[in-house]
Design a protein around this ligand. Structure first.
Ligand code: HEC
Ligand code: HEC
Ligand code: HEC
Ligand code: HEC
Length: 151
């Protein structure tokens, strides 16, 4: 009985690593290869010019895990602040052009489509450490500021 339970949990572990092993962070420079230029929506340029790409440089953040969880959440690419993948999910499995051009396949491979709730993982005063700058958040205004839709 106990043996089969152990076996079952081993199988579950192997299955879940097989499903998720591919999803690693690749860095915003890799997304730039395709998501660049005005006709496509200039995602890389808009992000580079936004505060998200510099969030890791906000005063007092460097080296502090309690700050970096919002200001530099992707461990391998802390220098990129709130990276593309901090919002859209780790890209190694969905980055290929055949998968990317199909929304369903992209999502099945880890792409996260954004909603107001995605922003509130960080833009929520109740989650900030005490003494933090006031966080106020209006989704319509804020998303217009960082929007990078195709024209
Ligand atoms: C090899 C080229 C390529 C790479 C690399 C790539 N993408 Fe894409 N991506 C596409 C294509 C093609 C589409 C389809 C829509 C379009 O033409 O803009 C797309 C669509 C998307 C969409 C819109 C999904 C939807 O249906 O709303 C998001 C978000 C996205 N990519 C994010 C990323 C991120 C983040 C990275 C880096 C981790 C990345 N992409 C890397 C080619 C690429
Ligand atoms: C729950 C997520 C979260 C955590 C944790 C967090 N921050 Fe922030 N921080 C934000 C958000 C969101 C903003 C932008 C607020 C705004 O302008 O509405 C911000 C803004 C700031 C700013 C202002 C930057 C500017 O450009 O004016 C500083 C400085 C800052 N944070 C420092 C810190 C430090 C230091 C820590 C750790 C002690 C920390 N933050 C932890 C989410 C967080
Ligand atoms: C992983 C955490 C995180 C997520 C998710 C996130 N943000 Fe942010 N955002 C921040 C931090 C941290 C800052 C402050 C950067 C700084 O000033 O150093 C910020 C700054 C901003 C600013 C600039 C503030 C200003 O008034 O200039 C806007 C606008 C913004 N975010 C919009 C959004 C929207 C819209 C979403 C959801 C689609 C979102 N953010 C998701 C962490 C996050
Ligand atoms: C703060 C979270 C956040 C970050 C960081 C972010 N995105 Fe997005 N992305 C969004 C949201 C929200 C949308 C929905 C459409 C919009 O308002 O731009 C979106 C939409 C997209 C789309 C679809 C555009 C369309 O025409 O519908 C692509 C492609 C994309 N993002 C790529 C990227 C790439 C590449 C990066 C990094 C260079 C990036 N995103 C960084 C939140 C983010």
């Amino acid at each position: 009985m106990r043996k089969s339970l152990v076996l079952l949990s081993c199988m579950f572990f192997l299955l879940s690593t097989a499903l998720f092993a591919q999803n690693t962070n690749i860095g915003s420079a890799k997304c730039k290869m395709c998501h660049t230029g005005p006709a496509k929506g200039d995602q890389f340029k808009k992000w580079s010019e936004s505060k998200h790409s510099k969030a890791n440089t906000a005063v007092g953040v460097a080296g502090k895990a309690e700050c970096e969880k919002c200001h530099a959440p992707v461990a391998e690419f802390k220098a990129e602040g709130v990276t593309c993948e901090a919002c859209h999910g780790a890209g190694s499995a969905y980055k290929s052009p055949t998968i990317m051009k199909d929304q369903k396949q992209s999502v099945a491979n880890g792409l996260i489509l954004q909603t107001e709730a995605s922003c509130k993982k960080c833009h929520d005063a109740s989650k900030a450490p005490s003494g933090h700058k006031a966080i106020t958040f209006d989704y319509a205004t804020a998303s217009a500021k960082v929007s990078h839709k195709k024209p």
